[in-house]
Design a protein around this ligand. Structure first.
Ligand code: NAD
Length: 500
């Protein structure tokens, strides 16, 4: 092997070199520099990771609440202490700007803080005297070995959506990070061990489709949390649930931001530009469609002017607004959509292809802010998730037409409305069929006091990641109905179903 560093597997508390012959380069998307190599774990390595997690579960499931809580208290501290290093790794392998990389880590850190509250989160219910001398109570028991499969676009936040809550509730875990940018995830995993997660409780395997399928098929894995594209998420959901596992799959999106003519123009346009082009549009909650209602359609020239002021450059350079997309293939795909949009008859208001860059970034996967107006359902640029810095503008006459348009779109991850009318906002929140609604706020990702509640085509499974819903996802509710006899009193034989 060359001198390029290799990413390790984590099995039973040890960072180990994979014995596989199948490796993939991890590439800086701004420069094409090879940063490291990631292995595609063998079936034996995957089995060893699951066996370690299965063994560790025997003791971890009975660990005191205070032990679990204190690990996550220490973990949140370690993440804060190492924030800048984590952000730098993330930017190098993923491309987003350094401030946005810190945001990626921070949104995950919030879940770690939430996990430290496990003592009050994993509590059951009790009802006394449900019948004479009979009490019923619930206990929320961990499931066993759980697994998480993550996408490339939030390599810190999304792994942190998963293993902290699974482990805090008493499960053990197998993490399969994105093979495109697993390095910051591995640094977070190192810090988790430093915080005190015992050996075997957290394990990491790397790979692609074969590793994911092995997770879906392994009989000792009880639940799978997946975040990624709709195509892969649907496959994971079907395969995992057919194998009797719990699954939650958070998937692709097409998020609409509705702008009413009574909106605060400056704030609405700033929000649209930030949420459309931030992270080069590679967010599942990116505002990829602007729905301009009535006279708000006259604001297109100002929107274009604002977008032109954004700086496309390497994420590590100060002052950058959007970095590169993740890979050469992603760049080709996004540029392909731009060409299709032109062919489909949409008006290319701003063309972000071939943005000007310094020589050292000439080979990077850069696409600048791109805007189409006159976009309609049926055009591929509207129907498909582009996952790049391309904002499609649709014009409609009324709020009712905007709601009808959005409710007819199969995706339901996020939506936003910009208005100064409380009545319009209230009608919108009530009638819109999308699981996460922003009012005068473009990216309505809830903090962990709540759960991520994408809906319809953006989600399979009932319960979302983090928040109260994930406590139920990672536990089995067991009800116990008990009667302690007073030996002096005989209740006699009861042959009916009723409790007496
Ligand atoms: P992806 O679906 O290509 O990859 C996700 C995971 O699946 C990776 O770990 C990958 O190794 C694995 N995988 C890839 N191909 C596979 C196959 N054929 N069989 C089995 N496993 C496979 O997604 P991505 O490109 O890494 O991430 C971008 C997508 O994720 C976008 O669609 C975005 O909207 C979505 N996303 C959704 C949310 C959400 O909360 N809804 C959050 C972030 C990203």
């Amino acid at each position: 092997m060359s001198a390029v560093p290799t990413v390790k597997l984590l099995i039973n508390g040890e960072f180990v070199e994979s014995k596989t012959t199948h490796w993939r380069d991890i590439v800086n998307p701004a420069t094409q520099e090879v940063l490291a190599k990631v292995p595609f774990a063998t079936q034996d390595e995957i089995n060893a990771a699951v066996a370690a997690a299965q063994e560790a579960f025997k003791t971890w499931r009975k660990s005191p609440i205070s032990t679990r809580a204190r690990i996550f208290l220490k973990y949140q501290h370690l993440i804060r202490e190492n924030m800048q290093e984590l952000a730098a790794i993330l930017t190098a392998e993923q491309g987003k700007t350094l401030p946005d990389a810190e945001g990626d880590v921070f949104r995950g850190l919030e879940v770690v803080e939430y996990a430290a509250n496990i003592g009050t989160l994993q509590m059951g219910e009790l009802a006394t005297n449900v019948a004479g001398g009979v009490d019923t109570y619930t206990i929320l028991q961990p499931l066993g070995v759980c697994a998480g499969i993550t996408p490339f676009n939030f390599p810190a936040m999304i792994p942190l959506w998963m293993f902290p809550m699974a482990i805090a509730t008493g499960n053990t875990f197998i993490l399969k990070p994105s093979e495109q940018d697993p390095m910051v995830t591995m640094r977070l995993v190192e810090l988790a061990l430093e915080a005190g997660i015992p050996k075997g409780v957290l394990n990491v395997i790397h790979g692609g489709a074969d590793a994911v399928n092995a997770i879906c098929d392994h009989p000792d894995i009880k639940a799978i949390s997946f975040v990624g594209s709709t195509r892969v998420g649907t496959h994971v959901y079907n395969r995992a649930t057919q194998n009797g596992k719990r699954a939650q799959c958070m998937m692709g999106a097409k998020n609409h931001a509705v702008v009413l003519p009574d909106a605060n123009k400056e704030q609405a346009l700033n929000a649209l530009v930030g949420a459309g082009f931030g992270a080069a549009g590679q967010r599942c909650m990116a505002a990829s469609v602007g729905v301009l209602v009535g006279d708000a359609q006259k604001w297109i020239p100002e929107l274009v002017e604002k977008s032109k002021t954004l700086k496309t450059n390497a994420g590590a350079e100060p002052g950058t607004d959007l970095g590169p997309v993740i890979s050469c293939a992603a760049k080709e795909r996004v540029e392909g959509f731009i060409a299709k949009g032109v062919n489909e008859g949409a008006k290319l208001e701003l063309d972000g292809r071939a943005p000007p860059l310094a020589d050292k970034y000439a080979k990077g996967n850069f696409v600048g802010p791109t805007i189409f107006s006159g976009v309609k359902p049926g055009m591929e640029i509207y129907d498909q998730e582009i996952f790049g810095p391309v904002l499609s503008l649709v014009g409609v006459d009324t709020l009712d037409q905007a709601i009808e348009l959005i409710n007819a779109n199969p995706m339901g991850n996020g939506v936003a409305i910009f208005t100064q009318s409380g009545a319009a906002a209230r009608k919108f929140q009530e009638d819109i069929d999308v699981g996460q609604v922003g009012i005068n706020l473009p990216i309505p990702v809830p903090v962990p006091l709540f759960s991520f509640t994408g809906s319809r085509g953006s989600k399979l499974g009932d319960l979302g990641p983090y928040g109260k819903q994930v406590i139920l996802f990672y536990t089995q509710t067991k009800t116990v109905t008990s009667r302690w006899f007073d030996d002096a009193v005989s209740t006699g034989v009861n042959t009916t179903i009723s409790l007496k």
